[in-house]
Write a protein of this length. Structure first.
Ligand code: PMP
Length: 396
């Protein structure tokens, strides 16, 4: 049965990956995934930064069940008052820094990026954007244009936005940010670009530069949000408050949900000239918001950001002991950890060997020499121990 399903998958589900993992999924719980033949995998990617509270957390499942019995989609965005949406918006407003108090919900990260870019243009009346080399913000046209990897842009040129890309973590380039710039968009820690962590003064200096020229600062925390880096939001590591915060992935507790959040005066721009300046049918779906709300509770109750900081620090120290297999460097922040290899071939060999032993991990989307570890923040020490044993053997 699994072979037949795999054949149909390859034939009818649009293929984007040269070598899909191809696990025929039966069940997922916590940090584990089982295939239909009963094989167990340890998911060191959390479905790529989604399952921060673990796969299928019982509270999240219960919230989904209860919400689905009450109502599913009832109306397009922003017309009806839906408790899960309102409560999640309020919780996000309370948890985010400063006066980021107005939330626009989308279905995905890339849509949230699009919304943030449109909001910045409309609010500032300016047209240009600044982004960073190596950045990933999603694959719709606007998000692709601010992405910082030409390989993925070239097949789709011309890009639709006026964007200048600057080197990441280099303040010398800041004079390029001037009063023609609507917004600067940045991942506080670059994820898909290879887990690149900026030096201590880079983000504060960027904040200051944006203030000086009147450009908005958009922080894309689609990967780094919800405790991944050891704080609820990564911007807090540098005490930087963005003008617009972009969230997705873990936001929906496993269901599709994105958001961009800003100060009232910025977000109000979407309600006039013309009214309904940015709308969506499904954004902020009640099921996704109900799941997200409970996932947020779990995150706080189980102190998962703090856990990510502690466990991440310990794991990083253990990983730094690893040797062999052309492993060059290990770095990380919270439970966003990179193993950097000498070559793409060495990286691929390592990933394949680990996978054969039941570890789900991969190189980052845009950096084929960096393996990223981003497990559920609930991963146990025993599971980490098991992963270490497999990884050490794979390197040997
Ligand atoms: N921004 C960042 C930083 C991301 O890592 C991603 C997805 N990996 C996105 C945006 C796009 O999110 P989505 O896939 O939900 O559209």
């Amino acid at each position: 049965m699994s072979d037949e399903l795999k054949r149909q998958f390859l034939r009818h589900v649009c293929q984007t990956s040269a070598q899909p993992l191809g696990i025929v999924v039966k069940r997922a719980l916590g940090a584990k995934i089982w295939d239909i033949d009963g094989r167990e995998y340890l998911d060191l990617l959390a479905g790529m930064g989604v399952a921060n509270v673990g796969h299928a957390h019982a509270d999240v499942v219960q919230a989904i069940t209860e919400q689905s019995a009450a109502y599913l989609h009832v109306s397009v965005y922003g017309e009806m008052v839906q408790r899960p949406q309102v409560e999640l918006a309020r919780r996000l407003a309370e948890a985010t820094p400063g006066n980021l108090s107005v939330v626009y919900f989308t279905n995905s990260g890339t849509e949230a990026v699009e919304g943030a870019l449109k909001t910045a243009r409309k609010y500032t009346g300016r047209t240009r954007f600044v982004a960073f080399n190596g950045a990933f913000h999603g694959d719709t046209f606007g998000a692709l244009a601010v992405g910082g990897n030409p390989t993925y842009q070239e097949p789709f040129t011309p890009m639709l936005l006026d964007v200048e890309h600057l080197p990441f973590n280099d303040e010398a380039a800041f004079p390029r940010i001037d009063a023609s710039v609507a917004a600067v968009i940045i991942e506080p820690v670059q994820g898909e670009g290879g887990v690149r962590i900026p030096s201590a003064d880079f983000l504060p200096a960027l904040r200051a530069r944006c203030d000086a020229v009147g450009a908005l600062l958009i922080a894309d925390e689609v990967i780094t949000g919800f405790g991944r880096t050891g704080k609820l939001f990564a911007c807090a590591h540098w005490e930087v408050e963005p003008d617009i915060l972009v969230l997705a992935k873990a936001l929906g507790g496993g269901l599709p949900l994105g958001a961009f959040i800003g100060r009232p005066e910025i977000m109000q721009t979407l309600s006039h000239d013309p009214p309904l300046a940015h709308v969506t049918t499904f954004g902020g779906h009640p099921l996704s918001c109900a799941a997200g709300l409970v996932a947020f509770d779990v995150l706080a109750r189980e102190r998962l950001p703090e856990r990510a900081a502690t466990i991440g620090r310990e794991w990083l120290a253990q990983l730094r002991e690893l040797r062999g297999g052309a492993l060059r460097a290990v770095r990380g922040i919270g439970l966003l950890i990179a193993l950097e290899f000498e070559t793409p071939e060495a990286t691929r060999r390592f990933v394949t060997r680990c996978f054969e032993q039941g570890l789900i991990l991969n190189w980052t989307l845009h950096c084929d020499t960096v393996v990223r570890l981003a497990p559920p923040l609930t991963i146990t020490k025993e599971e980490i121990g098991r992963a270490n044993t497999v990884m050490a053997a794979a390197l040997r």
